[in-house]
Design a protein around this ligand. Structure first.
Ligand SMILES: O=C(CO)COP(=O)(O)O
Length: 260
């Protein structure tokens, strides 16, 4: 059975004061009943990692990061932070291949694969993001784009590594736009992603992989999305900066329809 998961990607937002208020309010609402049924993860900007990990220390809410360096070894890489350093703070998850980094930092599929491998080497779970642009969707290329992104990673992973990652389907046109994919549109792509895992590694492994949806998720639309068979939770941007919205999304995910 797949455990639901909701991860908040704070992107480049926050301050020492606002973070403390946000995390403490989330912690008040994220009781054991909730975190027993959904993995709740907060991914702040790196500079706040120490603060957030400290605030989360005795809770069942987990900490993640938004990126790790492509450079695995310590050394002369000005401005970079590697997986080993993140892990020292107790970081459990790392977002890899987000469309904003693919577009703005020119991260390639090969970079994404390297980062996934670095993360796994330090026992961090990668949240591997894929998704098509509006142009790609409208020109009927969703499956080509998604399979290129997914297979370029699966081709470089062992079966064990593939079983350890989380996938996030984030249609680029739905990120930060208020345009959410409909539950049916999202389910269709999630089912396709799972079928790619299944063709490569068999149904049993594919059924264990968690596939999150991201793109304008909020407390009002989350439960309809999370009811879909292959949607196992969410990767949330804007709404993760508001405690009530984020907790509402986490609660919706506990209604997940999961397979045995
Ligand atoms: O990019 C996202 C999460 O990684 C989604 O962002 P929004 O929820 O703000 O659309």
């Amino acid at each position: 059975m797949r455990k639901a998961m909701v991860a908040g990607n704070w992107k480049m937002n926050g301050s020492l004061v606002s973070n403390e208020l946000l995390v403490n309010t989330i912690l008040k609402g994220a009781d054991k009943l909730l975190t027993d049924s959904v993995d709740v993860v907060l991914c702040p900007p790196n500079v706040y990692l120490s603060q957030i990990c400290e605030l989360l220390k005795n809770s069942s809410v987990m900490c993640g990061v938004q990126n790790i360096s492509l450079h695995q070894s310590d050394g002369a890489h000005t401005g970079e932070v590697n997986a080993r350093m993140m892990k020292e703070f107790g970081t459990k998850y790392v977002i890899v291949g987000h469309s904003e980094r693919r577009a703005n930092q020119f991260e390639s599929d090969a970079d994404v694969l390297s980062k996934i491998k670095h993360a796994l080497q330090y026992q961090m779970i990668p949240i591997f993001c894929v998704g098509e642009t509006l142009d790609q969707r409208e020109s009927g290329r969703i499956e080509v784009v998604i399979s290129d992104q997914v297979l370029s990673v699966l081709d470089g992973l062992t079966e064990k590594e593939a079983s350890e990652i989380v996938v996030a389907y984030e249609p680029v046109w739905a990120i930060g736009t208020g345009l959410t994919a409909s539950p049916d549109q999202a389910q269709e792509v999630h089912r396709y992603i799972r079928s790619l895992f299944s063709s490569r590694y068999g149904q049993e492994l594919a059924e264990k992989v968690r596939i999150l949806y991201g793109g304008s998720v909020n407390a009002a639309n989350a439960s309809d999305l999370f009811k879909m068979k292959d949607i196992d939770g969410g990767l949330v941007g804007g709404a993760s900066l508001k405690a009530d919205e984020f907790l509402g999304i986490c609660r919706s995910s506990t209604n997940l329809v999961v397979s045995d």
